[in-house]
Design a protein around this ligand. Structure first.
Ligand code: ATP
Ligand code: MG
Length: 394
């Protein structure tokens, strides 16, 4: 029965030129999201709103699913779209609409009409009165009442080049359209946190590129596949992602041989950040994104984070920094990454994890130990970066 969608977006704070950029980016993302759906659609823009009109048969559930993954959309209203018809025919259609959408008539409503097509014989006040009366005539006996101040149902009728009838809204994900806020390099592991961090930053309009540090044979092919699967899962929201798979084994072994084991994780993490930043620069990213959260593990104490952060010139965004694990898990479940994240293929081998890692690393000491890695590590970094595998995730 539905043949159009009204896309609502939050426009607060988006003014002037930025508003057009926002709307154009949103339309681009909508077109991209539905490009693989069955059917063909026309997207049109009116002030503050976007309409999507199906021009052929289409799959309603699939289309709604795609739209509710587009950042920037606050809500999606399914619309019945009709050719211009007489007021009497319109009354019948409105009654039919109400019957189909609301099986339980024991409720309250008002009709809200807009007539931008001035050649239509009734104005908006007359439409409100006539259509409201028609609904009451049909369903008053079943308990339907008018409530103009606080109705449970607001039935909107817009008379434009066609007639649009809608009354329900399916919540969208909110946020801002991808592409309106630059590009970030996500350090994506197989854990619960980093996919959620990527989702949250992308939700603010940041395009995502990702890097995964792989250490074969200490980490298995299945661990890598898990990261690919997670990237695929968040790409339902973020759009296509280039996943950079960096072979980290030699660097990890070299640090393991050369540095005190209680500092291993911190030093490893500093090298991860250096590599991520270098690839980020090469690929036009302006920031790094991680799933770190204060106090979660030894490498995420405030002191450890400070020492890790010190190697980066780019800002490192850590959207989960003050989140409890439970809250992170809830988001992971909502965005469908949780089940993949808890699969038992580890992203880091236990031989590289010290029994008693430092929780308050001293920057001077860490730097001194890194110094002992000398020029050899620079060559290894170069090889890891230039030899990386780039997987396109659609
Ligand atoms: P996650 O659940 O995201 O794996 P975590 O709680 O296991 O996080 P750590 O393993 O200390 O925490 O990692 C902290 C952050 O560092 C991760 O959120 C991720 O952004 C990044 N990271 C860790 N390991 C890797 C890896 N192998 N490849 C890419 N990024 C990684
Ligand atoms: Mg992890």
């Amino acid at each position: 029965m539905f043949s159009s969608f009204l896309i609502k977006y939050a426009e607060i704070g988006i003014k002037g030129k930025n508003r057009y950029l926002f709307e154009d980016a949103l339309i681009r993302q909508i077109k991209h999201a539905i490009s693989k759906c069955e059917g063909s659609f026309k997207v049109s823009k009116t002030p503050g709103r976007i309409f999507l009109d199906a021009e052929t048969e289409f799959d309603y559930d699939e289309t709604v699913d795609k739209l509710t993954h587009v950042f920037g959309i606050w809500g999606v209203c399914p619309v019945v779209r009709l050719d211009i018809i007489s007021p009497d025919e319109l009354k019948k259609e409105v009654v039919k609409y109400f019957d189909a959408v609301y099986p339980d008539k024991n409720t309250t409503f008002k009709v809200f009409s807009r007539r931008s097509n001035k050649s239509y014989p009734l104005d908006s006040m007359e439409l409100n009165a006539d259509l409201g009366e028609a609904l009451l005539e049909a369903y008053e006996s079943e308990g339907l009442k008018v409530d103009v101040h606080d109705p449970k149902i607001t039935l909107t009728v817009e008379v434009r080049d066609k007639i649009y009838i809608y009354s329900t809204i399916i919540p969208g994900p909110g946020g801002m359209p991808i592409g309106t806020n630059g590009k970030g390099m996500l350090l994506l592991s197989g854990g619960i946190d980093s996919p959620v961090a990527g989702y949250m930053i992308a939700k603010r309009g940041v395009m995502i590129e990702a890097v995964y540090f792989h250490a074969p044979p200490y980490t298995s092919e299945r661990a890598k596949q898990k990261v690919i699967d997670l990237a695929k899962e968040i790409s339902a929201y973020t759009g296509p992602i280039n996943l950079n798979v960096v072979n980290f084994t030699d660097i990890q072994l070299y640090i393991y041989e050369s540095c005190p084991h209680d500092e291993l994780t911190i030093i490893m993490r500093r090298y991860m950040m250096r590599i991520a930043e270098s690839i980020a620069e090469e690929t036009g990213c302006q920031c790094l994104v991680t799933g770190e959260s204060i106090g979660q593990v030894a490498s995420q104490t405030t002191q450890s984070l400070t020492v890790t952060n010190e190697v980066c010139k780019m800002p490192v965004f850590r959207p989960l920094i003050a989140f409890d694990k439970e809250d992170i898990v809830n988001i992971a479940k909502k965005i469908d990454t949780y089940e993949t994240s808890i699969l038992p293929f580890e992203d880091c081998c236990t031989i590289f994890v010290a029994k008693h890692p430092v929780t308050k690393p001293n920057l001077g000491v860490i730097r001194k130990h890194e110094g002992s890695l000398s020029e050899k590590i620079d060559l290894m970094l170069y090889e890891a970066i230039s030899g990386r595998e780039i997987i396109r995730i659609e």
